[in-house]
Design a protein around this ligand. Structure first.
Ligand code: LLP
Length: 425
């Protein structure tokens, strides 16, 4: 359920006509709906509560690190899962209390660990022995013991796209589950860390519950072993990964996901941390673009739009499907023709959809790309020296630009010509 609907034949985000935003902000732009963010968060939180779980929902900021988006979720009580100093700063700036922030990631630097320890966040999920030792050193230097979970890699196949699966033993993530016990033993000996839990995250855009169940049962076995070793495991961080419908997928409901957690881990007396990203923000965002021109090739028709792979990378990177629909609602009986929807970037990979059946669209018309709120703006770049795509947040009848489109001078302001060019002229 989302709040991007046609009203009187015109696409709206909540009570705001998309064309009105386009006229003011220019295209392309991302548009997020506050009501959809709120709905996704509350449905998910309530599902965990209904399953009787003591759960903290830490929004995976990587999916959408815009400070206004994080703030919207934080105001409802969400915590944050961050993977860099930058994301940690975004979460803090959005008002997420440090006591609800988890720091994950495979390559945290000393500087990042120092910053996280100084801020007194809830916990750091550690992914290797050297990281554990470094963290212990950093925390000891500050005279604190940092709460940690160790991220274990349960070696299950999440059945997702190869580039976003993380829980197999050949992936770079976590500690191989068979070695976890010895790493916990090491952690226990280190003065600057306090082991509080187990963490795992097996992949993203999961559309089945079985991989979660398999991973959670492995976590369960591990908790039993660790407790037998005298380690007080009291938190379980189960990562994110629950999928959303992009096309024909029917991912499990939050209630079914919560029930899987309850059935596998609910009796362990642990506080549960979950790190959903896509689920909270995916359907809460669209990307809006204008058709620059329609180009008739010999075998295909190309719809060239003013958004490109640098604005929404997912189709180029993962062959991902995003719904594409005109901002002016087509007649129900409008003929559909197969077209390739492409951007202006000089790469064949800059293709959003191949042979997609669309109603007739002309240059100057607006198109929306659905389910673009997660890993859309977050992964955008300035490739082809295209300004970073702006972001707009709608709330009821209001909208605000929450990330502006930089001007070309601003973009160049970070660059400089070395002095030798002047000397030679
Ligand atoms: N926790 C950890 C440790 C993660 O690595 C991730 C995502 C999440 C939570 C959130 O997962 P989610 O609930 O969003 O599935 N760029 C890709 C997705 C990469 C996901 C990386 N890790 C895409 O556009 O599909």
């Amino acid at each position: 359920m989302n709040h991007f609907q046609y009203r009187n034949g015109i696409l709206h985000a909540e009570d705001v006509a998309i064309a009105r935003i386009a006229a003011e902000v220019g295209t392309p732009f991302y548009c997020y709906s506050t009501a959809t963010l709120e709905r996704h968060y509350t449905v998910f939180r309530d599902a965990l509560a209904a399953a009787g779980l003591d759960a903290t929902v830490c929004f995976a900021c990587k999916a959408n690190p815009n400070v206004a988006v994080i703030r919207t979720l934080a105001d409802l009580g969400a915590g944050a899962d961050v993977v860099s100093e930058g994301e940690l700063r975004q979460a803090l700036a959005a008002g997420v209390p440090p006591a609800r922030i988890v720091f994950s990631g495979v390559g945290k630097t000393r500087r990042e660990l120092e910053f996280a320890v100084a801020k007194g966040i809830l916990q750091i999920n550690v992914e290797s022995e050297p990281e554990l030792e470094l963290l212990s050193e950093v925390a000891s230097a500050r005279g604190v013991r940092m709460p940690v979970s160790i991220r274990v890699n349960p070696d299950v196949d999440a059945g997702t796209h190869a580039k976003i699966t993380t829980g197999k033993k050949e992936n770079k993530f976590g500690i191989e589950w068979t070695r976890a016990r010895e790493v916990y033993a090491l952690a226990r000996r280190l003065p600057g860390v306090e082991v509080v839990g187990v963490a795992c995250h097996i992949g993203s855009q999961l559309t089945e519950l079985e991989p979660f169940r398999d991973a959670f049962l492995r976590v369960r076995d591990l908790v039993a072993m660790l407790r037998a070793d005298g380690i007080d495991i009291r938190r379980l961080d189960l990562g994110g990964g629950l999928g959303v419908p992009y096309e024909h997928e029917t991912p499990p409901s939050p209630a079914a996901y919560a029930e899987t957690i309850r059935a596998t881990l609910g009796d362990l007396g642990c506080r549960v941390i979950v790190e959903p990203g896509r689920l909270l923000v995916g359907n809460a965002g669209i990307l809006v673009a204008e058709v620059i021109r329609v180009k008739e090739g010999t075998t295909r028709t190309f719809l060239i739009v003013d958004a490109a792979m640098n604005d929404l990378m997912r189709p180029a990177l993962y062959d991902a499907h995003h719904a594409i629909f005109p901002v002016i609602e087509p007649a129900a009986d409008a003929p559909r023709a197969e077209v390739d929807v492409v951007g202006p970037v000089c790469e064949t990979g800059d293709t959003f959809a191949k042979q997609r059946p669309l109603p007739p669209v002309k240059a100057g018309e607006l198109l929306a790309f659905g389910t673009a709120g997660a890993y859309g703006a977050a992964m955008s770049s300035t490739y082809n020296t295209r300004p970073l795509v702006p972001e707009v947040l709608v709330r009821g009848g209001e909208f605000a630009v929450v990330r502006a489109r930089p001007g070309f001078e601003e973009m160049r302001a970070l660059e400089s010509l070395p002095g030798w060019f002047d000397r030679e002229s």
